[in-house]
Design a protein around this ligand. Structure first.
Ligand code: GLU
Length: 302
């Protein structure tokens, strides 16, 4: 078998925290233990929130942790054309449409429907309201007028048609934690991308989306093992759908535990006190960080 390829794919829109350290170290150690490759990918499609200064700080934090990566590093903002090509492949299959409803129109429609009917509007696995479809809120004339005027819009995947096009149940392989001594087998997980509704594939200011660029890059970079936080578990259903539609290979997945704060919430980049830089300035060592995340030198623990 060819060598496994692992990757850590952070977004430089804030400082790295302990959760990132866990993800980066699991991937780095797993690559090392299996004689595989470790890639770092900069997911900076949001060119307003991701800055060169934050990217430099991120690389500095990772190097300090003892992580080494192959160069050149793939920076997504330099590859919008690759994502455009993938989008065109989906467009050619008739699976992409322009959504003209603005965020505000969606929010207002959801709020008034919930107030009126006392019903809970269906949500995606992240808790965001499912896209109602332009025709649900706009008249045919209004849609035609927005089309004619090239009004602001996003490009969305026609989820129902896409799922029907695949025509067979989607699954992915969820691996056990990449520990050398594990006896566990991979589990086959049923993927249900329809729970996400008509996901956004591209916006005016960001000509791609997280879902699209991540599957394109994992394939282009030959990633065989996608190891990332449990918060992205449900997103894997969308990734599998896009991989099948785009004819891309299927990596194996492992979604590791998350590091929670004292109140049981997931760490976020805005919580400064768990930033690696803050811990480092307070005198902690890379070994202390491994210890904090329950990750001894001999235990990739996830
Ligand atoms: N860029 C994503 C993040 O920072 C991770 C993407 C992935 O691992 O698939 O949360």
């Amino acid at each position: 078998m060819s060598h496994p390829v692992y990757r850590f794919a952070p977004s430089p829109n804030g400082r790295l925290h302990l959760g990132h350290a866990l993800s980066a170290l699991i991937n780095f150690d797993a690559a090392g233990a299996s004689g595989g490759r470790f890639l770092l990918r900069i997911e900076d499609i949001d060119t307003t929130r991701c800055t060169p200064a934050l990217e430099a700080a991120m690389l500095d934090d990772l190097a300090w942790l003892g992580i080494a990566w192959e160069t050149p590093v793939r920076r997504q903002s330099a590859h919008f054309k690759d994502y455009r090509n993938a989008l065109e492949t989906l467009e050619d299959q008739g699976l992409v449409y322009r959504g003209y409803l603005t965020r505000r129109e969606i929010r207002d429609a959801v709020a008034s429907a919930e107030a009126r009917d006392g019903e809970h509007w269906p949500r995606d696995p992240d808790g965001a309201p499912l896209y109602p479809g332009d025709a649900a809120l706009l008249s045919a004339d209004e849609i035609a007028a927005r089309e004619a005027g090239d009004a602001p819009h996003v490009l969305r995947l026609d989820m129902k048609t896409a799922v029907a096009r695949v025509g067979e149940p989607l699954t992915w392989q969820e691996m056990p934690a990449p520990k050398a001594d594990t006896e566990k087998q991979a589990a086959t997980i049923a993927a249900d991308p329809a729970r996400w509704g008509d996901v956004v594939l591209a916006r005016k200011d960001t000509p791609t989306s997280y879902h699209l660029s991540v599957v394109v890059d994992d394939a282009l970079q030959g990633v065989t093992h996608v190891v990332r936080g449990r918060d992205l578990y449900e997103a894997t259903a969308v990734h599998r759908l896009l991989q099948v539609l785009l004819g891309l290979p299927q990596p194996a997945y492992h979604h590791h535990r998350l590091i929670l704060d004292e109140t049981g919430r997931k760490l976020s980049k805005s919580q400064g006190d768990t930033a690696l830089s803050a811990l480092r300035e307070a005198g902690e060592t890379p070994a202390d960080i491994r210890c904090r995340i329950g990750f001894g030198a001999r235990d990739p623990g996830s």
